[in-house]
Design a protein around this ligand. Structure first.
Ligand SMILES: [Zn+2]
Length: 394
């Protein structure tokens, strides 16, 4: 038996149990939209009850379940581990090589909707907690699971509910999204901008009598990349802009008088002022108008999510690096996370030092044949077990 509690906890991870739990979670289908997280919440609740925890199910207005449960003591640090129970839809089953809700293993890969994002990581964390318990490692501090609904559609019915109920009180947090077991300390935010060009309708056979709103929008979109500042964040890189959705015109024989585009402008940490993000859109419109006085474009920010960032030297980040190094022999790099996660609620709303850290590769999330390596799942569970044992003062 290893004498170091972190070694003992890692050694107690049961590889078969991690895979079986990840498969059970995948089989508990929970596509969002759909409000169907109850089955996955039940699987997680069963595991937590088996660990002697007293899980509670927190539901917001829309009735979606988030499972909250604590193990450990109350005379040491406190840590929240957050993972979401919902997934994006599987899409058309014939784009998959296996049933997306079976949990098939092919060539060492667990394939299924949610395999890496993020039922696999949830299974790894739960089995890590089980390993801590089974190894007889007494935690001085507390480990609280926040297994939430609705992350894929902005967290309104999940982590945001926990925030509103005053449950984000821990001294540190891990959001277990798939980071390839690298230390993700920052994530980008987003500004969803609606841009509308206004023209003047006319008979389609006499375009000169009207002003074409679609052509006007085309001029704008061909230069929209100019609205992104040059600033580079050390972990997140540059901001991005993407014209995502377009509609315009009302009949094939009319000059269109309106064109609307939804623009997805991703922000980097430090971009905190919506007006500043919008200003280059307005400046670009002014430039085009100087050349063509009929050009009329208006913009508004429909939705705004602040980017988030954690300092590099927090105790939880140090504990994660040490655990990963003990497990793999190398300290993982600090990275930025390209997507938006529930880490923002802990960092921006509750000022809790938070690291995004989990097994699996985000680039296969949301795809057909989404997968996670079975070895990666087990490495994730062993690393989490080390973190729980060392950070919570065994
Ligand atoms: Zn996710």
């Amino acid at each position: 038996m290893p004498t170091d509690p972190a070694d003992a906890a890692a050694a107690a991870v049961d590889a078969d149990e991690v895979l079986a739990l990840a498969q059970a979670l995948i089989q508990a289908r929970s596509e969002n939209p759909g409000a169907t997280e109850d089955a996955a919440a039940e699987v997680a609740t069963g595991v937590l009850l088996g660990l002697g925890a007293a899980p509670s199910t927190i539901r917001g207005e829309a009735g979606r379940p988030s499972v909250v449960a604590t193990i450990g003591g109350d005379h040491g640090p406190s840590l929240a581990w957050n993972g979401h129970l919902d997934t994006v839809p599987a899409g058309s089953p014939d784009t998959w090589s296996v049933d997306p809700f079976e949990g098939a293993v092919v060539d060492g890969r667990l394939i299924g909707r949610g395999a890496c994002d993020m039922k696999g990581p949830v299974a790894a964390a739960l089995v890590a907690a089980a390993a801590v318990v089974h190894a007889g490692v007494e935690l001085a501090g507390s480990l609280t699971f926040h297994l939430v609904a609705d992350e894929e559609l902005a967290g309104t019915h999940g982590t945001q509910v926990l925030r509103d109920r005053g449950l984000l009180t821990q001294g540190a947090a891990i959001v277990g999204e798939p980071s390839n077991l690298e230390v993700a300390l920052a994530e980008r935010g987003g500004a969803w901008v609606t841009a509308t060009t206004y023209g003047a309708a006319a008979h389609g056979s006499q375009p000169d009598r009207g002003v074409n709103a679609i052509t006007a929008m085309a001029r704008f979109l061909l230069r929209v990349h100019e609205v992104v500042p040059e600033t580079v964040h050390p972990l997140c890189g540059r901001a991005t802009v993407n014209a995502a959705l377009i509609s315009g015109g009302s009949a094939p024989n009319m000059v269109p008088d309106r064109c609307v585009v939804d623009i997805d402008r991703r922000t980097i940490p430090g971009e905190t002022d919506p007006e500043k993000v919008l200003a280059p859109f307005l400046a670009l419109a002014d430039e085009i108008r100087a050349d063509d006085p009929s050009f009329d474009l208006r913009t508004e920010i429909r939705e705004w999510i602040l980017a988030a960032e954690s300092p590099a030297d927090t105790p939880i980040a140090e504990a994660i690096r040490a655990a990963a190094a003990a497990e793999t022999g190398a300290v993982p790099p600090d990275v930025g996370f390209t997507g938006i996660t529930d880490a923002r609620f802990y960092l921006n709303d509750a000022a809790i030092p938070t690291v995004i850290f989990g097994p699996g590769d985000l680039s296969v999330a949301h795809t057909a044949d989404e997968w996670i390596g079975v070895d990666d799942l087990v490495a994730g569970a062993r690393t989490y077990a080390r973190i729980f044992a060392s950070f919570l003062g065994a």
